[in-house]
Structures are given as structure tokens and as C-alpha cells.
Design a protein around this ligand. Structure first.
Ligand code: FAD
Length: 469
């Protein structure tokens, strides 16, 4: 069979935000035969499970709320946040597309709450929140795809690429050869595949058997296999987003409550505990991936009508954020079970936790002195500072053990073309979303970082692939 005669225009691998966006964009840009192959029996991947927060600069919603922003602002913040390690051309393309991509989602029918939030510690709020979260986005885009005659073949894994003379000309989908003028990899991350996590993100394995993945089963890292098959450059080694948890329950727990103190194995604090989760994740990496939460008896006697604030990020549409781990009934249960260590003095607590008693006493004394004045060495806001003074005292080990997103995959250029080891595009091969590498830095840039990449590079990949027809 000659690839050209039977070829469809575009084969998209995966039906999450990146894949749906790429397919619809390609169709709207003139591609006629577009097929999405989805390995699972359900459309939407991790996107359908997610919270639906997306970052974008200069969106309609920002303008409506009188927020002045620009792609340049976002670029500068993103590059600073990721310590200027990422390819600037790629990030420029991303930040320029980020706002239009959100406006485009709205035009397709995705509904956003009428607000703009901070995703992390950016200077200008640029996060939007989809009504009905990720499932809402998937529902709208899947319906849109259907209305454009884009087939979504569920239960049809792409097993390998078909490559002729160095160009990708199709893929094995299920048991069939499907020839396509372009293939767009949008197959998500590899969080559900422990072997790939060990190979591509060894830092994450420090969490041992506490490690768990909150995303979808289809996140098997197939894009890494396709990248190797096509001799593509793989980028983003040892990157992704982990959230800390104390191993009580497997629940999504993005933030450490601000009233807590966290110390490292030496007994010293190492981060403002209320920081955005990307910053906390990075701080863990720099501190042997291990922390201890320290608190006192006051935490067990909170007045529900007069609680201390716990979180910096406020998403009015989500209501009051509740911790699955650090609520009174759960803490009492864990103390009872011995999973939280209890002691009558800080020195005794340190001893039981295996931390230097002198160091922990010093750390707590320093924290308490600052709290009395509303000042914190790590810059934590005064509203979160509660001195640790009331025996009994409690401690619990915590690890960055929840994988929320992975950041390793085939490297793309600013047109979402997968590149080879020389940085040259591989003909016929594009990629977008969590499947790609080189877009996330060592510090995840805040709520909405990943979906922003999916939407932006989904748009770019769809346009680029269509332009080659
Ligand atoms: C609980 C949770 C909350 C989150 N909240 C947010 C948030 O608010 N904001 C944010 O920015 N990020 C968030 N994230 C991360 C974000 O949701 C994901 O990074 C993003 O949805 C990935 O989208 P994607 O299109 O790249 O991949 P996915 O949505 O995972 O889609 C990839 C699809 O490809 C399919 N696939 C895989 N291999 C193959 C194959 N060989 N053949 C065919 N199909 C294949 C998969 O089954 C899957 O359906 C969250 C993640 C989780 C789990």
C-alpha cells in the first residue's frame, strides 16, 4: 500500500486537551480527514480528571476584569520561574499562544467562571477556571470534534509509528496500519507507568512505596517509545510536578496548610510552607525529598467558625479548600494509630522522629519568636503564623509522593514539530501537551501550567500539521 494514496490527513494520538485541541484546530485550518486514536475506552485522559485551571496571558477574561497583561510579561515570569533553563523560542511561542488558546476554547463553547485567579506567585493573575473542571472541557471539545466529523476511535491504542525514509507516514492503530500525512502525539504523560517513572524521573522514586499517581491509567508514556522509534530528542529528564502527602489517604492535596511548620531531616525549615506547590516540590528536591510536619495541640482544637487561614490560593468557584489529611478527625485518628508521633516536649518529639533535638528546639524557638512579631524568615505571611507552644507536640514525615504531571517526552520546536538529536524537525511528526518534554522547568509554574501547554501547543500543532497538507 502506498502511504500517500490511502493516507488520511492527520492522525492524533490521544483524546485529552492537547489531542482534542490539535484535531479541532487542524480541521478548522483546512484538514479534512482527521482521526483521533484513544487507547482507553473513555475519552479525555487525565484532562477529564483535572481541576480545569489554565494559565494564559491577555485573555478576554483578563481584559473584562481590567487586568492588563501581555505575552511578554508571561514569558519573562515563566523564564524566571523556570530559571532560564528552557528553550526561549519554545516558551515565547507558548506564552504568545496561551491567551488566544483560552479565548479559542471559549469560542468552542468551554465555559469559564467569571474570574481570573493567581496560579502561583505571578505578578498578574492570569488563571482561568473551567466550569465543571476538566470533564467540562472534554465534553465540549469532544462534541465539537464530532460536529466536525472528527472520529474518536476509543479502545484503539497506537502501538508504533510507521516511518519511511526518515519521515513519519502513519502508525499501527490497534491491529491496523493507518497512513497519515502527519501524526500528532498527544498521548499524555507517564505517571501511570512505574517503570518509566524510574527511568525518566528517578528523583520521584525517592518517595518509595508512598508514590502514587492521581491521573488516568492511559498515561503510560507511549510518546517516549515513539520518540525513541523516530530517533527524536527526548527532553525534560527528571521533571514533573509532585505534591506532598503524609500517606494517610491517597487524596489530591496540592498545598501544605500554611499554619504548619515543615522541617527537613536536619530539623531546619527549608521553605515557606504556604508556597505554591511547584516551589514546595523544588524545595523538597533540594532537601533529600523528605520533610517533617510539626504542630502542636492547638491544631486539634480549632473553632470551625474561626479557623486560621490555611491556603494562599483562593479559587472562589471551588468553595472553601479542605485538607483531606490535615483535618481534626483525620489527625486524631492518625495520632491514635501512631501514624502521627506525639510527645510532651519538642526535644522528645525530635528524638522520636530521628531529628536532632537541639536543632528542632532552635528552629521552633526561632519560628515562635518571629510569629510573635508577625515576621517569618521564609517570608510566610503573618496570617499563617501560629507559634508552636502548646503540648502535646506532634510530628509526621511527609514526602513529595503524589505525581500530578510528568515533564519528559519528545522535544518539540516552536511549531510543535518533534525534533531529532540535531534539533531538526522529523517530517510528519508533531507533539503537544504532557506527552512532550522541555516545556516544564524544575519549578512548575503554578495551577494551570500544564493545561496551558496542552491548549497552546495543541493549537500550534494543529495549525502546523494542517499547513503541511
Ligand atoms: C487530578 C488532577 C488535577 C489536575 N489539575 C490541573 C489543573 O487544574 N490545571 C493544569 O494545568 N493541570 C492540571 N493537571 C494536569 C493536567 O490535567 C494534565 O497534565 C493534562 O490534562 C494532560 O493533558 P494531555 O492532553 O496532554 O494528556 P491526557 O489528558 O492525559 O490525554 C492523553 C490521552 O492519550 C491516551 N493515550 C496514551 N497512549 C496512547 C496510545 N498509545 N494510543 C492512543 N491513545 C493513547 C490516554 O489514554 C489519554 O486519554 C491535573 C492533573 C490531575 C490528575
Amino acid at each position: 500500500m502506498s502511504p500517500k494514496e490511502d493516507a488520511i490527513d492527520i492522525l492524533v494520538v490521544g483524546s485529552g486537551l492537547a489531542g482534542l485541541t490539535a484535531a479541532i484546530t487542524a480541521r478548522q485550518a483546512g484538514a479534512e480527514l482527521v482521526l483521533i486514536a484513544e487507547s482507553q475506552d473513555v475519552v479525555g485522559g487525565s484532562t477529564r480528571l483535572c481541576d480545569g485551571m489554565i494559565l494564559g496571558a491577555n485573555t478576554r477574561l483578563q481584559r473584562k476584569h481590567g487586568i492588563e497583561d501581555s505575552a511578554k510579561n508571561f514569558f519573562n515570569e515563566y523564564m524566571a520561574w523556570t530559571q532560564w533553563e528552557l528553550p526561549g523560542g519554545l516558551i515565547k511561542a507558548f506564552t504568545e499562544e496561551s491567551g488566544p488558546a483560552i479565548d479559542w476554547l471559549e469560542e468552542q463553547g468551554v465555559e469559564f467562571h467569571d474570574l481570573v485567579i493567581y496560579g502561583g506567585s505571578e505578578n498578574i493573575p492570569r488563571g482561568v477556571v473551567a466550569k465543571e473542571k476538566g470533564q467540562g472541557i472534554v465534553n465540549v471539545l469532544a462534541a465539537k470534534a464530532k460536529s466536525l466529523d472528527i472520529d474518536i476511535a476509543i479502545g484503539q491504542p497506537v502501538k508504533s509509528l510507521i516511518i519511511r525514509d526518515g519521515a513519519v507516514v502513519g502508525a499501527i492503530v490497534g491491529d491496523d496500519e493507518v497512513f497519515a500525512r502527519s501524526v500528532i502525539l498527544a498521548s499524555g504523560g507517564y505517571g501511570a507507568n512505574p517503570v518509566k517513572v524510574a527511568k525518566w524521573w528517578p528523583n520521584a522514586t525517592s518517595a518509595g512505596d508512598w508514590l502514587w499517581y492521581i491521573g488516568a491509567d492511559g498515561a503510560q508514556g507511549d510518546a517516549l517509545d515513539f520518540a525513541e522509534q523516530a530517533n527524536a530528542r527526548i527532553s525534560g529528564f527528571d521533571r514533573g510536578l509532585r505534591l506532598p502527602h503524609p500517606n494517610f489517604v491517597n487524596a489530591q492535596e496540592p498545598y501544605i496548610p500554611g499554619w504548619q511548620i515543615m522541617v527537613n531531616a536536619q530539623g531546619t525549615r527549608f521553605v515557606d510552607e504556604s508556597s505554591p506547590y511547584g516551589a514546595v516540590d523544588r524545595a523538597f528536591s533540594l532537601n533529600d525529598n523528605k520533610g517533617f510536619i510539626i504542630f502542636d495541640d492547638q491544631a486539634l482544637h480549632v473553632d470551625p467558625d474561626n479557623e486560621m487561614p490555611a491556603y494562599k490560593q483562593v479559587v472562589p468557584a471551588f468553595g472553601k479548600r479542605r485538607s483531606a489529611s490535615w483535618n481534626v478527625p483525620m489527625m486524631e485518628e492518625m495520632i491514635e494509630k501512631g501514624a502521627i508521633t506525639q510527645a510532651n516536649s519538642i526535644a522528645e518529639l525530635a528524638q522520636k522522629l530521628g531529628i536532632s533535638p537541639e536543632q528542632l528546639e532552635h528552629t521552633i524557638a526561632q519560628y515562635n519568636a518571629g510569629a510573635a512579631e508577625g515576621i517569618d524568615a521564609f517570608g510566610k505571611e503573618a496570617k499563617f503564623l501560629r507559634p508552636v507552644v502548646q503540648a502535646p507536640f506532634y510530628g509526621k514525615e511527609i514526602r513529595p509522593a503524589t505525581i500530578a504531571a510528568t515533564g519528559t517526552g519528545p522535544m518539540i520546536d516552536n511549531k510543535a514539530r518533534v525534533v531529532d538529536h540535531n534539533g531538526d524537525p522529523i517530517p510528519g511528526l508533531f507533539a503537544a501537551g504532557e506527552a512532550t518534554g522541555g516545556f516544564l522547568g524544575y519549578v512548575y509554574a503554578g495551577s494551570g501550567n500544564s493545561l496551558a501547554g496542552c491548549a497552546s501547543f495543541g493549537r500550534i500543532a494543529g495549525k502546523s500539521a494542517a499547513s503541511t497538507l
